[in-house]
Design a protein around this ligand. Structure first.
Ligand SMILES: NC(=O)C1=CN([C@@H]2O[C@H](COP(=O)(O)OP(=O)(O)OC[C@H]3O[C@@H](n4cnc5c(N)ncnc54)[C@H](O)[C@@H]3O)[C@@H](O)[C@H]2O)C=CC1
Ligand SMILES: O=C(O)[C@@H]1CCC=N1
Length: 271
């Protein structure tokens, strides 16, 4: 089994649905004519039709009937309602992928007819630039081939790993929500340089490239982050002065707590 000859559908073309469609089509994994998308909000469909050339509709069953794999990219709170509208069109020949935060596989499966193949995925918004960090977890009727298809789809827009379902809340708090923790860091670092006289545009470029470079070093060297930090930090130099301030403001505790709190919210959404 592979993705060859398969058609991909998206229900919900908001921030995450659109990011995935754009990322997957520009990665060339599916041609836009093999991608179907539906939403109630026509402007987002018009934009996707115009920019990417995918097939669009305001009717979710059109997406389902034309697709082999259907990604549910609607808010967790309306997932049940959306499933109720499509369940009779989903047989065992189709694979459903939910990206809804928190909502458990068993709860999704119980909304569909028995035997429906479901995979749960937590991607992130960096799918837009093919740098998402995604985790997938396999439902009780989904096959190993289904999991491989999901890994290939989400791997085309970044990196994708498989985890047991009980770790999906942790993934959500970390990489699902994580980009939103880093954007204010970039903005605030740039603010510091603007305070010191650098123009805003240059400050943002340098701040963002600094985050990108640090991330790339962590991934490519696989060195412990503490070791990488020590490479920058000269005795009695500039960096240690900055680090002291971050420690005084509790940076580690703040980031740890943010991930834990976000994971807690994911657990709440699953209740
Ligand atoms: N935004 C993010 O960074 C991430 C979001 N997610 C998950 O992705 C899902 C979507 O989130 P966002 O894209 O941020 O939300 P969003 O609000 O931007 O998009 C949801 C879309 O669903 C559409 N919609 C509402 N009712 C519908 C219906 N009955 N049929 C078809 N479409 C309908 C809305 O018009 C909207 O365009 C959520 O479940 C969220 O937990 C997961 C990872 C990251
Ligand atoms: O904030 C949220 O609920 C969604 C899920 C992960 C990222 N955004």
């Amino acid at each position: 089994m592979s993705l060859e000859g398969k058609k991909l559908g998206f229900i919900g073309t908001g921030k995450m649905g659109s990011a995935l469609i754009k990322g997957i089509c520009s990665a060339g994994l599916f041609s836009s004519s093999d991608v179907y998308a539906s939403d109630l909000y026509e402007p987002s469909l018009d934009e996707l039709k115009q920019d990417v050339g995918v097939n669009v509709s305001t009717d979710n069953t059109t997406t389902v009937n034309n697709s082999d794999i259907i990604v549910l990219a609607v808010k967790p709170q309306i997932l049940k309602k959306v499933i109720a509208g499509i369940k009779e069109d989903i047989g065992s020949d189709k694979l459903v992928i939910s990206i809804a935060a928190g909502v458990k596989l068993a709860d999704i499966e119980s909304e569909f007819n028995e035997g429906t193949r479901v995979i749960r995925v937590m991607p992130n918004i960096a799918a837009t630039v093919a740098e998402a960090a995604s985790a997938i977890t396999q439902g009780s009727n989904a096959s190993k081939d289904d999991a491989e298809d999901a890994l290939e789809i989400f791997g085309a827009v970044g990196s994708a790993i498989q985890v047991p379902e009980n770790l999906m809340d942790a993934v959500t708090g970390l990489s699902g929500s994580g980009p939103a923790y880093i954007f204010p860091v970039i903005e605030a670092m740039a603010d510091g340089a603007v305070y010191e006289g650098l123009d805003r545009k240059s400050a943002l470029v340098l701040a963002a490239q600094t985050v990108l470079g640090a991330a790339k070093m962590a991934l490519e060297t696989e060195a412990h982050p503490g070791e990488l930090k020590d490479m920058v930090t000269s005795p009695a130099g500039t960096t240690i002065r900055g680090i002291k301030v971050l420690e005084e403001y509790g940076i580690r505790s703040a980031f740890m707590q943010a991930v834990i709190e976000s994971s807690n919210r994911s657990k709440e959404l699953g209740k």
